[in-house]
Ligand binder design. Structure first.
Ligand code: A2P
Length: 292
């Protein structure tokens, strides 16, 4: 691997999940990082100090993620134990009969012996299989091939149903969350239940980064709007999985631990929830996928 071969030590803070596991608060989102270019960016991200990598079976890049990890380990940048790797069960693989094979296929594509975190990607209520899928994942955890288990895109009723049925709360619920969509009610539910809020699309796909309120805060603290958005999410207690195909921006995203937003700055960004043109960008998990 030319260029970046020396891995930087990382100063990314860790959060402690409800099962005692430590998870780096910043992870690399890998949606759309595919092929040789994708593998190279993931490899470079590890060299820059990323220790947490978030993929999913539906991203069709688990092989690339695995290749980047193997190269980084072979180069001596990291050990497997220093990395935190997440993948997710796709909707078509829900159901207790499908889950073990789907998980093994993910593990095989990644070339790993275990995952740090495995999530049910969407509740997909129209399928009616999220509970049995989660219970099947819990059984895999019992076999020692998954460290922590959680969900993604779950909402209060389905979280409560899981907890009532299993007696334990998922470690993480990873949901769409960015300036303009702070998910305040759901974060409150997570706090009461001991679930870590994971923020996906924490930069709102880049669309929110021109906002004047974010820009004013960014000028105040001498950072970019992307850095300010991530810092706001981290101060809300969330983990974040930003992505960029640009190496300079990817590196800058890690530089969000050397400044703090004050309560006025936090409130100004949180108030974007009420501003015109903000809100949820992607599908509503209560109705996705639709029945037809
Ligand atoms: P790019 O790949 O050109 O950097 P999200 O994680 O919310 O889905 O957002 C990802 C998008 O945000 C990507 O399209 C990425 O574009 C863009 N992005 C990431 N970092 C920055 C940044 N510092 N400034 C502007 N856009 C950014």
């Amino acid at each position: 691997m030319g260029g970046m071969t020396t891995s930087k030590p990382t100063n990314v803070p860790s959060v402690t999940l409800n099962d005692g596991t430590e998870m780096p608060q910043i992870g690399l989102g890998t949606w759309n990082l595919t092929g040789d270019d994708g593998a190279r960016i993931i490899r470079d991200a590890i060299a820059m100090g990323y220790r947490h990598i978030d993929t999913a079976s539906i991203y069709h890049n688990e092989e690339e993620v695995g290749r980047a990890i193997r190269e980084a380990i072979a180069a001596g940048d990291v050990t497997r134990e220093e990395l935190f790797v997440t993948s997710k069960l796709w909707n078509d693989d829900q159901g207790e009969d499908r889950v073990p094979a789907a998980f093994q296929e993910s593990l095989h594509r990644l070339g790993l012996e275990y995952l740090d975190l495995y999530l049910v990607h969407w509740p997909a209520p129209s399928l009616g299989k999220y509970l049995e899928s989660y219970e099947a994942i819990a059984r895999l955890q019992g076999l020692g091939v998954i460290q922590s288990i959680g969900v993604s895109n779950f909402y209060e009723e389905v979280l409560q149903e899981l907890i009532d049925a299993t007696g334990t709360a998922p470690a993480v619920n990873q949901v769409e969350l960015h300036p303009g969509f702070s998910q305040a009610p759901l974060r409150q539910v997570h706090e009461e239940l001991g679930i870590l809020t994971g923020a996906w699309s924490p930069l709102g796909r880049g669309a929110i980064l021109q906002d004047p309120v974010l820009d004013a805060v960014a000028r105040d603290v001498g950072k970019t709007t992307a850095q300010v958005a991530l810092r706001w999410e981290m101060q809300l207690g969330c983990s974040v999985i930003p992505k960029s195909t640009n190496r300079e921006r990817l590196g800058k995203i890690l530089e969000v631990t050397d400044f703090t937003l004050n309560s006025d700055q936090m409130a100004a960004i949180s108030s974007l929830d009420e501003a015109e043109g903000f809100g949820r960008i992607f599908d509503d998990p209560r109705t996705y996928p639709s029945e037809d």
